[in-house]
Design a protein around this ligand. Structure first.
Ligand code: ASP
Length: 483
């Protein structure tokens, strides 16, 4: 494929910027050719990058300096979403965790002075170590007074991002946009995507460069409301969509996704590129790197996301694209992800396949007790429901009783101790023998397969194995496909 001038300039820029080794360079070139293909050549003089920096990337002054270098290395990086300061070392506490502690003390009418002092110290140290001429004491005092006045968990927790974004904006000399004015939730606390997009897009047009705090927005009555933990990833994706960015750069402390969990597989290969759909199928591992809900705003807007490492910006990271590209079909699998602790409910009834409404009644029983299910493999006269133990812990007996009452099955069997492993990749669609290879690997490793599920998209094969076989099975699959 011939490269257009903008593509070559972009690649040359990247090679210069990060002094690449030959191996790294070729990964980046492949990725950015994909980037060029998926952005339809939109990159070039007018491209725009929305960035998000996680808590570990903004934990102290050293990291603030790294973030500034990254942002200033590319003038297209115009909007930065900031998390609250994260851990500086293993035993350290995240500012968000300290803030929740602070809220609990305030709620119990106990003094939170010592906790808030600890929080203040984090910001004051960053400002001091950066040599900033910005006195944060007044805003910290005002924040603490407001925390005690409002006694709201969301308001309290949101201050981690608010103060950090303010500090980052000051350090960079960029504008500060308060997320409460541009990220909106409805009265029920559901994120109001279209309303937000309208006002945020308007606001962003007024700023050349700006920092926006992640994790929170506001309800129609003006009260602060937060996303779930790790929600700054979502804020970043929302900003990318509203800015019509060419790319959403999510900067964190790892160089993207790995093909398998490194605690199970030694030195797994990094994933260069994957699609949003593949990432959803790999969600058993995805959430640790990127908040699940961060996928939707950018996927919908056709904006790729790249996961980058603030401590190793030369690493290419993982590019997440909207549609499969030629590269997606090159190898049969993109990644393997698994999770332990599932239960299998197996229901048997003669002539089940012709009984109208049987499946609906089973699922109704789950819905009535607020339980969602993972998979639903079926046979002619059998139906299995796979549910995570967490979901089922409080309601198992009630659900079984309800299924008995409404479905009158011949038998119901419950077996716990199930682990699920999803092997995912667009490459499967075009490769014959993927399933044969996978099951041969499991059989050679002496692993008994308790459940099989393959989506009609042919994007994944999910197997259920005994929890005790989990690690062996995952390694066997990895070794069969990745050599
Ligand atoms: N600071 C929040 C948390 O720790 C949000 C985030 O970092 O994304 O969950």
């Amino acid at each position: 494929m011939p490269l257009c001038v903008a593509q070559m300039a972009f690649m040359a820029y990247y090679k210069q910027e990060f002094d690449l080794t030959a191996g790294m360079g070729s990964r980046i070139i492949v990725q950015y050719m994909i980037y060029a293909a998926v952005t339809g050549g939109r990159m070039g003089a007018m491209s725009l990058k929305a960035t998000k920096f996680g808590g570990s990337s903004l934990a102290d002054a050293v990291h603030f300096a790294k973030v500034r270098d990254i942002l200033f290395a590319d003038k297209d990086r115009r909007f930065a979403v900031a998390s609250a300061p994260g851990k500086r070392y293993k035993e350290d506490e995240k500012v968000t965790d300290l803030l929740y502690k602070c809220y609990r003390a305030v709620e119990r009418n106990e003094s939170a002075d010592a906790i808030f002092e600890q929080i203040s110290e984090r910001y004051l140290a960053i400002a001091k170590d950066l040599g900033l001429d910005f006195d944060m004491r007044p805003v910290l005092a005002e924040t603490y007074a407001e925390i005690r006045r409002q006694k709201s968990p969301d308001f309290t927790a949101s201050r981690g991002e608010y103060l950090n974004a303010m500090l980052l904006a000051e350090y960079l000399g960029w504008d500060f946009i308060d997320a409460k004015d541009v990220i909106k939730f409805d009265r029920q606390g559901m994120f109001a995507a279209e309303w937000t997009n309208e006002i945020l897009a308007e606001e962003l047009k007024k700023h050349e460069y700006a920092v926006i705090p992640g994790f929170y927005g506001s309800l129609p009555n003006g009260e602060i409301h937060t996303f779930s933990r790790g929600g700054s990833d979502i804020s970043g994706a929302i900003v990318a969509r509203a800015a019509q960015a060419d790319i959403y750069e999510n900067w964190t402390d790892v160089s993207g996704f790995l093909m398998a969990d490194p605690r199970v597989v030694e030195n797994p290969r990094p994933i260069d590129t994957l699609t949003y759909r593949e990432l959803r199928e790999l969600s058993y591992m995805g959430a640790t790197v990127l908040h699940e809900d961060a996928i939707f705003p950018v996927h919908k807007a056709g904006i790729p996301t790249v996961i980058k490492n603030t401590n190793a910006p030369q690493d290419p990271g993982t590019m997440i694209v909207t549609k499969p590209t030629e590269a997606s079909y090159k190898s049969p699998i993109t990644g393997i992800a698994g999770h332990k602790d599932f239960t299998l409910i197996s229901i048997e009834k003669a002539m089940m396949n012709s009984e109208l409404g049987f499946g609906r009644r089973v699922l109704q029983a789950l819905e009535d007790f607020g339980v969602s299910f993972e998979h639903l493999p079926t046979g002619i006269d059998t139906m299995c429901v796979v549910i995570s133990d967490r979901e089922l812990s409080m309601t198992k007996t009630q659900i079984i009783n309800r299924i008995q009452e409404t479905c009158h099955p011949d038998s119901i069997e419950i077996s716990g101790g199930l682990a699920l492993i999803a092997t995912v990749g667009y490459g499967m669609v075009k490769t014959r023998g993927t399933a044969a290879k996978l099951f041969a690997a499991l059989s050679d490793a002496n692993v008994n397969v308790r459940m099989i599920d393959q989506g009609s998209s042919e994007l994944n094969i999910i197997v259920g194995v005994d929890v005790d076989d989990f690690e062996t099975a995952l390694r066997a699959i990895y070794n069969a496909f990745v050599q």
